[in-house]
Design a protein around this ligand. Structure first.
Ligand SMILES: *[C@@H]1O[C@H](CO)[C@@H](O)[C@H](O)[C@H]1NC(C)=O
Ligand SMILES: *[C@@H]1O[C@H](CO)[C@@H](O)[C@H](O)[C@H]1NC(C)=O
Ligand SMILES: *[C@@H]1O[C@H](CO)[C@@H](O)[C@H](O)[C@H]1NC(C)=O
Ligand SMILES: *[C@@H]1O[C@H](CO)[C@@H](O)[C@H](O)[C@H]1NC(C)=O
Length: 359
């Protein structure tokens, strides 16, 4: 009989080596280290609890600790938005005017959150994680603000200042290659879900996909079409397109019988923000973008299965903006930087968790 130690060691090898093989070339080395590190810790706990390996149950323990890790993944994804805000008035020493200091953190008092070990990545960790990847951010102004938050995090401040005005040109595309980390970011102005569907079709035609795709659509449609059922229809088309993209990767994997050299793209959906009708900056917006319509659009998103059990993972800007509150927006629709920073860090942590999922 092969000893439990042997079995445990085999299990440990599989668990540590498989993710290293699967991590692909696009999200980086450091992520592999992070994951095999995290797994190794899980295993070490499993192994050290029973030092003498008296029976085959140790093997079972080892395997079950992996299973625990799996369910922890799902649970951690569901706790990613457990964020608390600190919005406090302060007086600017220089001008003696009142301003609000805004910051956020994961809710450390929640046991589930601390077990997940979420972390705000610093510049070099984020650069390591995204080294060598192609990121596409597409959609409306919410998407642009997330792109800005991402570049703010990974680029040196001087470089960021130089490009900030280009990035804020309204209704235009933008592309940048951050040579130092080999990261390419494309921003596409694609305000309607239909535009996003076209974009996916383009990737598909060229068999060339980004590693990470982050999209937003809703506000523009609300203002210009003001028709929730039309929005819903466009979301369902997009969902179909995105789901077939993801399943084409699974199909390729099944056909070749081996793990793909690269995983399918990670898809994120930036939810619509909380709208504060009285603060919207034009008569047209105040008339059209009502709370009732906002709710109808949200319902369409829910029914489309785009995010819940769908191909996209939701970055819930509605809850983030709601919790940050009225002090965090000047126009009732675009929020201050910390809201999009929070969405970004939630996405990066989801990437860390998700890249692990096919273990
Ligand atoms: C006040 O001005 C100084 C010098 O310009 C600056 O460094 C500091 O950040 C300012 N303080 C605040 C609260 O803005
Ligand atoms: C990115 O990856 C390349 C190639 O693996 C490496 O040479 C470079 O040092 C990395 N840069 C960072 C910032 O990690
Ligand atoms: C987005 O779609 C609309 C409606 O089909 C179209 O008029 C517009 O040109 C598209 N915009 C882009 C940037 O593709
Ligand atoms: C809303 O959109 C649907 C589907 O495109 C269309 O059939 C309907 O006529 C539109 N409603 C209004 C009020 O424009």
């Amino acid at each position: 009989m092969i000893g439990a130690v042997g079995l445990g060691a085999v299990a440990a090898c599989v668990v540590v080596l498989v993710p290293m093989g699967m991590a692909g070339y696009h999200l980086s080395r450091n992520k592999m280290l992070f994951f095999s590190g995290a797994l190794f810790i899980t295993l070490a706990i499993g192994v050290h609890l029973t030092p003498y390996f008296p029976s085959v149950t140790d093997f079972v323990n080892t395997v079950s600790s992996v299973v625990v890790f799996q369910s922890r993944r799902d649970s951690c994804l569901s706790h990613l938005h457990d964020v608390v805000w600190d919005v406090t008035p302060d007086v600017d020493d220089n001008t003696t005017s009142l301003y609000y200091h805004k910051s956020w953190a994961w809710d450390a008092s929640a046991a589930a959150v601390s077990a997940c070990g979420f972390q705000k990545l610093g510049r070099s960790d984020a650069a390591d994680l995204l080294n060598g990847s192609w990121i596409v951010v597409a959609g409306d102004s919410q998407a642009r603000l997330v792109a800005v938050a991402l570049l703010d995090l990974v680029l040196e401040p001087e470089r960021m200042e130089k490009i900030r005005s280009d990035l804020f040109k309204r209704h235009s595309d933008y592309q940048i290659v951050a040579d130092e980390i080999g990261m390419r970011l494309d921003f596409f102005w694609a305000p309607y879900a239909l535009n996003l569907t076209r974009l996916l079709e383009g990737f598909n035609r060229n068999r060339n996909y980004p590693d990470v795709l982050i999209v937003a659509s809703g506000l523009w449609h609300m203002l210009h079409f003001t028709n929730a059922s039309d929005y819903g229809a466009s979301l369902r088309v997009l969902r179909g397109r995105a789901a077939s993209l993801v399943s084409s990767f699974e199909h390729d994997e099944a056909a070749t019988g081996s793990v793909l050299a690269r995983p399918p793209p990670h898809l994120f959906w930036i939810g619509m923000p909380t709208l504060i009708n009285s603060m919207l900056n034009s008569e047209e917006k105040r008339e059209r973008m009502t709370d009732a319509l906002r709710a109808a659009y949200e319902e369409q998103l829910r029914e489309s299965s785009l995010v819940r059990n769908g191909p996209f993972l939701l970055l819930d800007v509605e809850s983030l903006s709601w919790n940050c509150g009225v002090r965090c927006t000047a126009d009732g629709m675009h929020y201050d930087r910390p809201v999009y920073e929070a969405a970004l860090h939630i996405m990066l942590n989801a990437l860390l968790i998700e890249s692990h999922q096919k273990l």
